[in-house]
Design a protein. Structure first.
Length: 463
């Protein structure tokens, strides 16, 4: 918040004027002036507050990205013949960075050129025969197509040979090298990363309320200008501008990303840094300054002592002047207090978002648990039905002397275990539903002992 700039001379001038007014009001009145004194008793002095425009600032956590940041990958398979860059090196556009061994691709190019030469000779002979009407035009067209195919193979072989040399598409900085000289690389393998830091894109998330306030009306150029506070707390020396707003909100956080562009001529900022974006908004006439006059404890105590020097008119005038001028001098404290309240408000919003996100996560987890329990219960039911059928089948085999009674008992035990598991699965499914109901804000809190809600403990007697 920008407060009015009061210099020492301005404060002294105001203080002198106020002291003169108070001293003139403290003059003694003679008995002959009783009529004028009675007329002054009903006079009320009205003071108007000083209105001042203020500049409100908001800070948003941001992430810094290079305007151009690409992955350099191998275009052909082979051994790395040379690595011509180092980590952290600045390269120019067109500089050779990596070279794959080109022997195989050189041989393919020579073969394609030989085949193209043979196809050209065949085409020339066929054309002369076609001119003398020895061969048909159809045969000449076929030979011409073979020649064009051979020339296309030459171009393709030249492209493969060119892919063995990887050059920088733009000036930038080399990141970590993932390969070394002599490494065997396959097509598409990551070699390094190239970043152009001459301009950086800074992304920061804005709440839906702030977005609507920003986008509902056409913003002046001053509002689009932003500042970047780096991680060390210092202000970046280049101004930025909001140039893009993404198309979709994040439903989980209720925010939308903004993008501010900053020139980075000294390459101080790097890809992946963090900081804070500072947005400014001018509020005309939002701040009003009122003169303040406080009765101190010393004045209240000494007022009971007659003749006390503190009641002298000069002391009263100087004390009132100090009380009136102090808010103007103490503008830094007012600014710090205002920024502190703004920070508390932003922190409260973040805590609210964190609570909402935690509640949403709990509800989603419990609903997923309910779905999984339902699927497990269905499968366990089918298993129990199959085991019941196997019990009846084992009984039939026992009756026909095809199985002994031990097998019948084992089958019955498996069927009983399946029924017990089915009951436990059903209980877990109901407990998941209860937890989901609690996550939505209903029901009583869970018991501290971890028992089943609504069921009394063994030591308690039901009422």
């Amino acid at each position: 918040m920008k407060l009015p700039k009061w210099t020492a001379g301005t404060c002294l001038s105001w203080g002198t004027c106020l002291a003169a007014l108070l001293l003139s009001g403290c003059k003694e009145h003679h008995p002959g002036h009783g009529h004028e004194e009675g007329a002054e008793k009903g006079k009320v002095i009205v003071s108007r507050p000083l209105k001042q425009d203020t500049l409100v600032t908001r800070d948003f956590v941001c992430q810094i990205r290079s305007a151009r940041n690409i992955e350099v990958r191998a275009l052909e398979k082979g051994y790395l013949e040379s690595v011509n860059v180092a980590e952290g090196q600045a390269v120019k556009e067109g500089a050779l960075m990596f070279k794959v061994q080109p022997l195989v691709y050189q041989a393919e190019l020579k073969r394609a050129e030989a085949e193209a030469q043979a196809a050209r000779v065949e085409y020339d002979n066929t054309r002369r025969l076609a001119d003398t009407k020895v061969v048909s035009d159809t045969e000449l067209a076929i030979v011409r197509a073979k020649l064009e195919k051979a020339l296309a193979d030459v171009n393709l072989a030249q492209a493969h040979l060119g892919f063995t040399q990887l050059k920088a598409p733009f000036p930038g900085l080399i990141d970590r090298l993932h390969v070394r000289k002599g490494s065997l690389v396959d097509e598409g393998d990551l070699l390094t990363t190239l970043s152009d830091n001459s301009e950086v894109w800074v992304y920061f998330n804005v709440l839906e309320r702030d977005y609507l306030e920003y986008a509902s009306e056409e913003q002046p150029e001053e509002r689009k200008q932003v500042e970047l506070v780096m991680a060390n707390g210092k202000l970046f020396d280049q101004p930025g501008r909001i140039n893009a707003i993404e198309a979709e909100f994040n439903n989980e956080t209720g925010t939308i990303p903004f993008r501010a562009d900053f020139p980075n001529p000294k390459a101080l900022l790097r890809h992946g840094e963090t900081g804070n974006i500072r947005m400014k908004k001018r509020m005309p006439g939002a701040v009003r300054f009122y003169p303040a006059l406080n009765l101190s404890a010393a004045l209240g105590l000494e007022s009971f002592t007659l003749g006390s020097p503190i009641l002298a008119k000069e002391n009263l005038a100087y004390g009132a002047t100090a009380n009136l001028v102090s808010p103007l001098v103490n503008r830094s404290a007012l600014k710090a207090a205002f920024q502190g309240r703004s920070a508390h408000q932003v922190a409260a919003v973040y805590r609210y978002q964190q609570t909402v996100l935690k509640a949403y996560t709990e509800v989603v987890n419990e609903l997923s648990m309910i779905r999984n329990m339902a699927q497990g219960y269905e499968l366990k039911s089918k298993q129990a039905e199959a085991l019941v059928d196997s019990v009846s089948l084992s009984n039939q085999l026992f009756d026909s002397a095809r199985a002994d009674y031990t097998e019948v008992l084992l089958t019955q035990r498996e069927a009983l275990d399946a029924r017990v598991d089915l009951v436990e699965m059903r209980q877990a499914q109901l407990m998941a539903a209860v937890k989901a109901f609690r996550a939505l804000g209903g029901g009583a809190p869970a018991p501290a002992s971890g028992g089943t809600p609504g069921v009394p403990a063994p030591s308690e007697k039901p009422r």
